[in-house]
Design a binder for this molecule. Sequence first.
Ligand SMILES: Nc1ncnc2c1ncn2[C@@H]1O[C@H](COP(=O)(O)OP(=O)(O)OP(=O)(O)O)[C@@H](O)[C@H]1O
Length: 263
Amino acid sequence: MSTTTTYTLEANALSIGYTHKNEITTIAENLSFQLQKGELIGLVGANGMGKSTLLKTLCGMIPSLGGVVTFNGKQLKNYTEQNLAKELSIVLTGAIPPSNLTVSEIIALGRQPYTNWIGSLSKQDKAKVIEVIDLLKLSSLKHKKSYELSDGQLQKVLLGRALAQDTSVIVLDEPTTHLDIYHKAYILKLLKEVAHTTQKTILFSTHEIDLAIQLCDQMMILTKDNFTVDQPCNLISKGSFNDLFPKDLIHFDQTTGSFRVHK
Ligand SMILES: Nc1ncnc2c1ncn2[C@@H]1O[C@H](COP(=O)(O)OP(=O)(O)OP(=O)(O)O)[C@@H](O)[C@H]1O
């Protein structure tokens, strides 16, 4: 049943993992958190810890093994695909769209939940596409086909498609993977601005821990034994980043807020 809430995305006692031929592999369990409007949230964890599994479970792409996910007060399982697409957009790594589409056309795909059955764009849809192209500074590329783009440019375009979808929650799996350090910072700063100015909840997974610490309102740390959600400064003071990786090679330096290699 729907209830009024200030949280856009909530998980309660969520268990994530995979079921193959009745064999259940649990990747993480008892995950609970509440995310608010206007927040940028970074999810970090070592390779294979379950970040993508968690994001896909939150989006309903893979079934949870237990617990409840709620969007804007309504349980995920009670949404139709069409209605969920108005609340939630997803950007997955390697989700390359058909290569003969132009940048504008890919971004316009984000309007699908709002268009009629033949997919024709209204004035409002077209205005949204132009707004996103301007926001992401993609005007010079708008007529290029997706196969003509660099990996980084394509990543920006996929973000554009999610922004055009204009949902209250955006989930991105490693959105800065193919970008250089300048463009990693550019995209994460842009996500923060979008979250703050449009009051969207933006959750992304990343290995860019230093940048995430500087830019996120909240961070989620997923380790083998723990799941912690808090503001980056609190996580630093609690020493939570120290548990992210084995301690034989690197350590977290609390004064600089970054990882250092043992000399
Ligand atoms: N379809 C699947 N079936 C079974 N196990 C899977 C499946 N996909 C992933 N896994 C396993 O789930 C675990 C978590 O994987 P996941 O991709 O969620 O980790 P991650 O934290 O996103 O890793 P990375 O940082 O390397 O991208 C891994 O042990 C992986 O092998």
